[in-house]
Design a protein around this ligand. Structure first.
Ligand code: FMN
Ligand code: SF4
Length: 442
């Protein structure tokens, strides 16, 4: 007789047996020798001309895994259309506190990411590669430096590679902040235009690409575009690395086909909620992708853009935080709004004042002291006044967090408005920057 899990299974619930980005059961670092034995740096992946490589990536439907899901092929063609010389910037900042996927890849499979960066450099004919790493990620740095030494020991010819470190701030991972840092400035976003693709590192056209995005590249180059399209949802082909944290029994980084039901991620991979508690809410896609109510899981919400859109959230960077019903949900939402205010780069007036104003109203909602006009203003800011007004996506993220929190925690807000809170502990379980970055790689 079929188990409950099998009955719920759909084609998206099972992952191909063939190794994808992570190798099932292998958690230690893969050496150059091991990577080669799995087909790494194979000549067939390098037989393409730069233009063919760009077309190949476009045909695969690969989209960025850094948060915005921008079509990678289109980005490569765009940068290649700019005057040479060009630069590739590998965005390994992983400034999203709820995410550990990029560092998991770099610790376990540094050559997969490096080969992706080298192929990207070939595709856009770049002379320089910048590895942009989180300043505290010393093991990641060691893993990459060893990979570079391994390649150089073989006499590999490569573009110039240099490492730049990102300070521990949320906006440091934004593409223009990364470029500014690589140019010796502060890791703060710049106004666009010009975009990094037009004027980036050393004023040269720069391709900024997330680690997980690049990890897909060597495999597409080796196996063709259908390798990616064979798995996952048509709008976001391939697998996604999900960082699952919060109140689940088995937090960790999991590789799943896009389009997998969120329920499968939480229950089957994460082992369900600690203590058998119910889910109150989930932060899906990372801090700037939005809050999801438990009904979404019951209604079969999937990790793909179309399924999440009606709930106002996105796939983002694939980080999921599960909030159980026995703690105060509004306290989580209020903490997140304060995080956005504290992490504003304070360059755009609208962001500086907008994030603070929203955080202040959420604090009042938590204390039950917000007036009706303050609530109305908060909704207006989150829905209409603030989105699209900052130089970077930070303000948009804050607005999405506020908008979705007002829906998801509506009952909590009513209870708190009566005074005395909701009676549940206000312990915040969202990972923050204090204590370093999240470490849940299984
Ligand atoms: C506030 C903010 C923080 C970001 N942090 C990161 C990050 O840590 N790592 C990352 O790859 N992208 C981050 N991004 C997205 C980058 O700006 C950029 O879109 C991405 O690196 C492009 O790579 P992709 O197309 O491969 O996703 C952030 C964006 C914003 C608005
Ligand atoms: S939107 Fe906010 S975080 Fe982004 S550049 Fe402006 S002030 Fe900085």
């Amino acid at each position: 007789m079929a188990t409950e899990q099998q009955q719920r299974a759909t084609p998206h619930d099972t992952i191909d047996e063939a190794p994808r980005l992570l190798i099932p059961g292998v958690t230690r670092r893969e050496s150059l020798l091991e990577y080669r034995s799995r087909g790494g740096y194979a000549p067939e992946g390098w037989a393409w001309s730069p233009e063919e490589l760009r077309d190949l990536i476009a045909a695969s439907g690969l989209r960025g895994r850094g948060g915005a899901a921008f079509p990678t092929g289109r980005k490569w063609h765009g940068v290649a259309a700019q005057p040479a010389p060009r630069v590739v910037l590998v965005n390994a900042a992983e400034s999203e506190p709820a995410s550990a996927k990029d560092r998991t890849l770099l610790l376990r499979r540094p050559h997969l990411v490096l080969e992706g960066a080298l192929l990207a450099a070939r595709a856009i004919e770049a002379r320089e590669i910048v590895l942009y790493l989180h300043a505290t990620a010393t093991e990641v740095r060691a893993s990459l430096e060893l990979a570079l030494r391994e390649l150089r020991a073989e006499g590999a010819r490569m573009p110039h590679v240099r490492i730049v470190t990102a300070p521990p701030s949320y906006v440091a991972g934004e593409s223009s902040a990364a470029v500014r840092r690589a140019n010796g400035g502060p890791a703060k976003p710049t106004f666009k235009p010009p975009r990094p693709s037009e004027r980036g590192v050393g004023n040269r056209p720069t391709l900024v690409q997330n680690v997980e995005t690049l990890a897909n590249v060597p495999l597409i180059a080796r196996h063709g575009p259908s390798w990616l399209r064979d798995v996952g949802s048509p709008s976001l082909p391939g697998t996604l690395l999900v960082t699952l944290s919060g109140a689940v029994n088995r937090p960790g980084v999991y590789e799943v086909p896009s389009g997998v039901p969120l329920r499968h991620i939480v229950e089957d991979l994460g082992g369900g909620v600690i203590g058998g508690a119910s889910i109150q809410a989930m932060l899906v896609g990372g801090y700037f992708a939005g809050w999801l109510p438990p009904e979404a899981l019951e209604q079969g919400a999937r990790l793909e853009p179309e399924s999440l859109r009606p709930w106002g959230v996105s796939v983002g960077s694939g980080a999921i935080v599960v909030v159980p019903d026995w703690i105060c949900g509004l306290a989580q939402a209020a903490w997140l709004m304060r995080f956005f205010a504290d992490e504003s780069a304070e360059q755009c007036g609208t962001c500086l004042y907008g994030t603070r104003a929203m955080a202040d109203v959420f604090s009042k909602l938590l204390r039950g002291t917000a007036s009706q006009s303050e609530c109305d203003r908060l909704r207006l800011w989150a829905e209409r006044m603030l989105p699209g007004r900052g130089a970077c996506g930070h303000l948009d993220g804050a607005a999405i967090a506020a908008r979705t929190a007002l829906e998801v925690f509506a009952d909590d807000i009513k209870r708190h408005a009566l005074g005395g809170g909701c009676g549940r502990p206000e312990t915040v379980i969202l990972p923050g920057f204090e204590g370093g970055v999240l470490d849940v790689a299984a």
